[in-house]
Design a protein around this ligand. Structure first.
Ligand SMILES: Nc1ncnc2c1ncn2[C@@H]1O[C@H](COP(=O)(O)OP(=O)(O)O)[C@@H](O)[C@H]1O
Ligand SMILES: [Mg+2]
Length: 334
């Protein structure tokens, strides 16, 4: 990781969805700084609020049934307050996005070259020759060996892995400062996943952007992330440098995630469903106390009563748990 400059700061971020007549927080009081040039992974089981956090930063929520509050500070302004026009200039420009499903992110009726150039038309003042040159250069940069041919093809003519390379080319086309990648390899075959991860790892050094990498795959985190935020039921429950988190996990949820890492070569371990119990749905969140408590057998009564806050237990290592010490030392003693 390069020098530590704050690129994007999330402050007291809440995103609530309307279900019937009430609003429920899918993102609940998230405070998080993303630094330039770092890869910050966000991990957690399905339903923990990772994608909602990403789409909130991108300003993609419909105010008719979503309430967003707090701040997303990016380049000296709270982008939650800017107009849709201004957001459109940032999205796909200074902030690039890579989503899980490369097919639905591409327009089936347009040639690949056009789709890359569309972003360049909108966000740069390159003329048409230079746009084409840049598009071909981007295709090459994402490891496509015959850019001239792919430039003229349609999405359905490409494999899933190639399509994801194209999405990455589009995300990087305008030299973004921040890239948000939501499960970028989940929809791909295992071997292709590894290639795309290698590509992202190599590009990270070249593009010098901050990357938010959302994944439920801790193998991906270990390979790519500088820092890791663990999310549970809409909240960040632990945040630390990647090495620190893997060697010294403090929150019981993080510890169970790490224990559920599948063995190498196992293909069926894609989802982290090995932890007893389930992520509560929005309507069933406990009204008070630790949200993970119900999934820990024999937890002390106080965990159901006290609301833990995210607390820095050593420099750069934060945990939201009132009893992490009990767990930690009890297990160490055994
Ligand atoms: N548009 C929506 N309307 C209502 N609830 C939603 C909507 N999108 C997501 N949710 C709920 O918000 C929670 C977080 O979902 P999500 O952000 O997709 O989690 P993740 O990406 O970690 O799997 C889940 O309980 C999900 O059911
Ligand atoms: Mg998701």
């Amino acid at each position: 990781m390069g020098e530590k400059t704050a690129l994007c700061e999330l402050k007291h971020l809440h995103t609530a969805f309307r279900i019937k007549d009430s609003y429920y927080d899918a993102v609940d009081d998230v405070d998080l700084t993303i630094y330039s040039n770092e890869v910050l992974a966000i991990v957690g089981e399905s339903g923990c609020g990772k994608s909602t956090l990403a789409t909130t930063i991108m300003g993609l929520h419909n105010p008719n049934y979503t309430k967003v509050s707090g701040e997303v500070q990016f380049e000296n302004q709270n982008i939650l307050n800017i107009s849709e026009d201004e957001y459109n200039k940032i999205r796909g420009g200074k902030i690039g996005m890579i989503f899980q499903d490369p097919l639905s992110a591409l327009n089936p009726l347009q040639r690949i070259g056009n789709q890359i150039e569309e972003a360049l038309i909108y966000h740069t003042d390159l003329d048409s020759d230079n746009r084409k040159e840049r598009a071909l250069e981007l295709l090459k940069m994402v490891g496509i060996e015959n850019p001239q041919r792919i430039y003229r093809q349609f999405p359905h003519q490409l494999s899933g892995g190639m399509r994801q390379r194209v999405i990455i080319a589009i995300a990087l086309s305008c030299k973004p400062k921040l890239v948000i990648a939501d499960e970028p390899t989940t929809a791909l075959d295992v071997t292709i996943q590894a290639q795309i991860l290698d590509l992202l790892t190599n590009l990270q050094e070249e593009i010098k952007a901050g990357i938010v990498l959302i994944t439920h795959d801790l193998g991906v985190v270990a390979q790519m992330a500088d820092r890791v935020a663990v999310m549970y039921a809409g909240q960040i429950v632990e945040l630390a440098l990647s090495e620190e988190l893997f060697s010294n996990p403090l929150h019981p949820y993080t510890r169970s995630l790490l224990n559920s890492i599948p063995q190498m070569n196992s293909e069926d371990g894609k989802d982290l469903h090995v932890i007893e119990g389930m992520v509560p749905s929005l309507k069933n969140l406990p009204r008070k106390g630790c949200r993970f408590a119900s999934r820990i057998p024999h937890i002390s009564e106080s965990s159901h009563e006290k609301n833990p806050v995210l607390h820095e237990v050593k420099p750069g290592h934060f945990v939201r748990c009132t009893c992490w010490k009990d767990f930690y030392f009890k297990e160490e003693d055994n």
